[in-house]
Design a protein around this ligand. Structure first.
Ligand SMILES: Cc1cc2nc3c(=O)[nH]c(=O)nc-3n(C[C@H](O)[C@H](O)[C@H](O)COP(=O)(O)O)c2cc1C
Ligand code: SF4
Ligand code: SF4
Length: 290
């Protein structure tokens, strides 16, 4: 019997989408499907064209940036070859269940035009990696809900269930406005990144930048004009030497890395309940639907 092969292509700036992509891969593998996980930056960095002919089902994942997807993800979609009606699912991670934008329709239309038949879309809320640091308990709870949403998602995908995200007018307008802001925002964010004197020229940021936007010149770290606003260099610098001249409010002061929280059994994921009031109240509906 032919065992269906699944290919999951994803971009992840600071690890959230990677965690979710891994959850998908583990679920599919557990159910007996041969699954490959492919970070799209590996393909773009080598200037290769994506190889998709091996896969019966394709998955594409990205973080939400300003109601849309990062430019690097659209660059990757442009490189995909045309196919004939290939079964396709998408997922995106966002920091908020309301402000996730209508990015799926931009992604969906781009994929559909090339013959990738998008039949299943999943929105997974993960901690925001900009501006506001989420409480550890909320981080844990979002992860635990993500596990359940991905499990249900894989079952629906394998049963062929169609589940497409609806985009109301607010999401369409928001996407249109904020996506324009993101294109310029990424350019200026990259332009005004600086490495302070505490930089020891270790080269980690140069090696890890997904768009090869960082280089060393005359014993200094230089940022170019290809930034995709992913925040990876900022949070992964071992010396915390990278900041932004004018847009520092985007950077979470104590840094961003959720793996320790997810793996700490002492942290309980019980931040949101039906009694929650204040800003995070609107997370309850998302949390209770899986
Ligand atoms: C430049 C930028 C813009 C963002 N815009 C949004 C947004 O419009 N809505 C939202 O819910 N989250 C937004 N986020 C938060 C991310 O979508 C969220 O933290 C995501 O899970 C990060 O995934 P990653 O770690 O795979 O990069 C933004 C993050 C960045 C860096
Ligand atoms: S990762 Fe930090 S310390 Fe290393 S080269 Fe980059 S800015 Fe400097
Ligand atoms: S310069 Fe930093 S924020 Fe910009 S794409 Fe590279 S790693 Fe991401």
């Amino acid at each position: 019997m032919h065992v269906q092969k699944i290919g999951i292509f994803y971009f992840s700036g600071t690890g959230n989408t990677k965690i979710v992509a891994n959850l998908y891969a583990n679920e599919f593998q557990y159910k007996g499907f041969n699954t490959n996980l492919i970070p799209i930056e590996n393909i773009l960095r080598k200037n290769l064209n994506p190889s998709i002919s091996d896969y019966d089902i394709l998955g594409f994942g990205h973080p939400v940036h300003a109601f849309s997807a990062p430019k690097i993800f659209f660059d990757f979609l442009d490189r995909l070859p045309d196919v004939d009606n290939r079964k396709t699912f998408t997922f995106k991670t966002a920091g908020d269940p309301i402000c996730h934008g209508g990015s799926t329709s931009l992604v969906r239309n781009g994929l559909n035009k090339k013959g990738y038949k998008v039949f299943h879309e999943n929105l997974i809320i993960m901690p925001a990696n900009v501006v506001v640091k989420y409480d550890d308990s909320l981080v844990k709870q979002l992860y635990e809900v993500a596990v359940k949403k991905v499990k249900r998602g894989t079952e629906e995908i394998l049963s062929g269930k169609t589940k497409l995200q609806k985009n109301n007018l607010w999401l369409k307008i928001g996407t249109y406005l904020f996506n324009k802001a993101e294109c310029n925002g990424a350019f200026y964010f990259g332009k005004y990144l600086i490495a302070s004197d505490s930089c020891n020229l270790c080269g980690k940021c140069i090696k890890e930048c997904p768009t090869r936007n960082i280089s060393k010149q005359n014993e200094s770290i230089i940022f170019g004009n290809k930034c995709t606003f992913c925040m990876r260099c900022v949070y992964n610098c071992p010396e915390r030497a990278i900041s932004n001249k004018y847009m520092n409010f985007f950077i979470i002061k104590k840094g961003y890395n959720i793996l320790n929280i997810i793996n700490d059994p002492k942290i309980k994921g019980n931040y949101i309940s039906h009694k929650t009031k204040g800003f995070f109240k609107h997370f309850y509906n998302y949390m209770s639907d899986y």
